[in-house]
Design a protein around this ligand. Structure first.
Ligand SMILES: O=P(O)(O)OC[C@H]1O[C@@H](O)[C@H](O)[C@@H](O)[C@@H]1O
Length: 286
């Protein structure tokens, strides 16, 4: 049977006139991805409502990062090296290389290569590809990096997903019990997680090492499954009130509206030989 015609996925002007790809699966599931940073900014499962936080104060300009959705972090997570916070590619213009519908999904792939400017910061040639597939109650995002240079390189990376939540006070993250984590909000000290459910009673900024393939974002009315492959670590982040107030692109009480659960490769940088390709993914189930 032939897949249905690709009648509804399209590249349209988004906020700030930045181009965004709108994916609409045959069952009505939707996702939106800006070419700026290849940043997914919206996911609406077939049977539900918006699952991503996107700040009302987010800037949509080529020199700013979009606040919300899934910022793509590469080739440096956070400030773990000399590059700008979370690396380079979330500020770069990606191109749409493919978009199609199958009988039950809509998908698109975005590509980015190194530029003169990226090589000034990070002197390596690379091809980054981000594949986004939406359909039913699932969104799958896969980042692939190919070393297109003549020398090996190493990088850290992540998919910095901002989940929209109804109430921070009743939201928890489950599935990380027993893991060693680095508490970046409290002096980068290592701990072992004892809680079955991580609660948000203050700033949470933790890197969980060697995390399981699945963690759960638990709210009273719904649970979101977050599956990672290829990324060894999981970051959980919420800035709480005081830090939230320092972000010009967040409203003072926005910290109550999102929790970031991020698939990341931080502790063990990914090493790629010339010509080698790596991929990591985060798959979300509503
Ligand atoms: O403001 P940015 O660059 O988008 O980063 C957001 C946050 O991302 C988190 O992953 C970091 O641990 C925080 O320290 C940081 O503030």
């Amino acid at each position: 049977m032939n897949p249905p015609p690709d009648f509804s996925s399209s590249l349209v002007p988004g906020a700030g006139n930045l181009p965004k790809q709108v994916l609409v699966a045959p069952d009505g599931a939707r996702a939106e991805i800006y070419l700026h940073g290849a940043q997914v900014t919206s996911w609406i499962p077939a049977s539900g409502s918006e699952r991503f936080f996107l700040s009302r104060l987010s800037q949509f300009t080529t020199d700013a990062t979009i606040r919300g959705g899934i910022p793509v972090v590469f080739p440096q997570f956070g400030l773990t090296g000399p590059l700008p916070l979370h690396g380079l590619v979330r500020l770069m213009p990606w191109e749409l290389s493919d978009a199609k519908n199958s009988t039950d999904t809509a998908s698109a792939t975005f590509r980015l290569r190194d530029t003169d400017d990226s090589r000034r910061h990070w002197p390596h040639a690379f091809l980054a590809e981000l594949a986004v597939v939406v359909g039913g109650n699932q969104l799958a995002v896969t980042l692939a990096i190919t070393n297109t240079s003549a020398e090996p390189f190493a990088f850290t990376s992540g998919l910095h997903t901002y989940f929209s939540i109804a109430d921070l006070a009743t939201t928890t993250v489950a599935g990380l019990t027993g893991l060693r984590y680095c508490d970046a909000a409290a002096g980068w000290v290592d701990h072992q997680e004892t809680a079955a459910h991580i609660e948000f009673t203050g700033e949470v900024n933790r890197i969980y090492f060697d995390a399981p393939a699945e963690v759960r974002l638990v709210e009273p009315h719904r649970t979101t499954l977050i599956r990672a492959a290829g990324f060894a670590d999981t970051v959980v982040w919420n800035p709480a009130a005081a830090k939230c107030a320092t972000f010009s692109d967040l409203e003072p009480d926005d910290y109550r509206r999102f929790v970031c659960v991020e698939a990341a490769a931080i502790a063990k940088p990914i090493q790629l030989a010339p010509g080698e390709r790596w991929q990591g993914s985060q798959t979300l189930l509503a």
